[in-house]
Write a protein that binds this ligand. Structure first.
Ligand SMILES: Cc1ncc(C[n+]2csc(CCOP(=O)(O)OP(=O)(O)O)c2C)c(N)n1
Length: 280
């Protein structure tokens, strides 16, 4: 069933509050991977606040859907989403990446409730996801595995080994999102290591592919519904996104892959997010 207007309004509110909290947590942490955390936000909001079967009061629920943030540097964004979903209090984020905190820049599944895989070294999350999805098949369990990949990350050869395996095992319970913001750490993906034609690459590995605007909730929702209904193998949703989405001065700038914010920058960032959501 497509998302209703009411659902979309609710998800936009969540995305607004998540984006603000990513800025706040970046201030507390003294710096963070803010650009990629903002590009993945709407995808995570749709998954955690509408589509995924989860119980924040019981993070280990056997029957839950799993999410693997293969672009593990986006952990600051996932940590905010998990707090917003109720896995823990957002006050804990005040210590994000401080010595002794449970929250490192890359999230540890043994320390942070709700995290299904410890990631950070790029290129491994899809293999972990294949293992989880295959495990669900072997157990005849109905839960799904979602995996969020970066586009720069797709330069890792291990992604393509996992892509092959996912089709080999016909893992129709595995749904990937490729955060196609066209930027990696060093600049434009097409200059650093060209990926295009990217959709054709996933298709040729046997995946069902869907291309969407990764900031449009109606399109995100529609793609998830189609992926869930598809039984011929795994699906990769290629989501066109904007690195730094919501903060005008960060949008489309590789320099904001990682950054710290002084009080002037933070104020400007929050004001920009508020404007983007008609709150100012
Ligand atoms: C194996 C490995 N090599 C290098 C890095 C350092 N690194 C962190 S993020 C990043 C760029 C990732 O770009 P992309 O996947 O496009 O992420 P996004 O733009 O969505 O933040 C790199 C090279 C890493 N984490 N792991």
């Amino acid at each position: 069933m497509p998302l209703s207007n009411e659902d979309i309004v609710k998800l936009k509110e969540k995305a607004w509050s998540i984006r603000r909290m990513i800025i706040q947590t970046t201030i507390w942490a003294g710096g963070g991977h803010v650009g990629g955390a903002l590009s993945q936000t709407d995808i995570l909001a749709a998954l955690y606040f509408h589509y995924m079967k989860i119980d924040p009061k019981n993070p280990g629920l056997e029957d839950r859907d799993r999410l693997v943030l293969s672009k593990g540097h986006g952990g600051i964004g996932l940590a905010v989403v998990l707090a917003e979903a109720g896995y823990y209090k957002d006050e804990l984020l005040k210590d994000f990446n401080h010595t002794g905190s449970s929250f490192g820049m890359h999230l540890d599944k043994l320390k942070v409730p709700g995290v299904d895989a410890s990631t950070g070294s790029l290129g491994h999350g899809l293999s972990i996801s294949v293992g989880l999805a295959l495990g669900a098949k072997l157990k005849k369990a109905s839960w799904r595995t979602y995996c969020i990949l970066g586009d720069g990350e797709c330069g890792e050869g291990s992604i393509w080994e996992a892509a092959m395996a996912a089709k080999h095992f016909n893992l129709d319970n595995l749904i990937g999102f490729l955060d196609r913001n066209m930027l990696c750490i060093d600049g434009e993906t097409e200059k650093v290591m060209a990926l295009e034609p990217l959709t054709d690459k996933w298709k040729s590995f046997g995946w069902n592919t869907i291309s969407i605007d990764g900031h449009d909730f109606a399109q995100i929702g529609d793609a998830i519904e189609k992926a869930k209904a598809f039984t011929g193998g795994p699906t990769m949703i290629i989501a066109r996104t904007v690195k730094g989405k919501g903060v005008e001065y960060m949008e489309g700038k590789a320099a904001w892959h990682y950054g710290g914010l002084d009080s002037g920058m933070a104020e400007k960032a929050l004001a920009s997010i508020d404007r983007a959501y008609g709150k100012a």
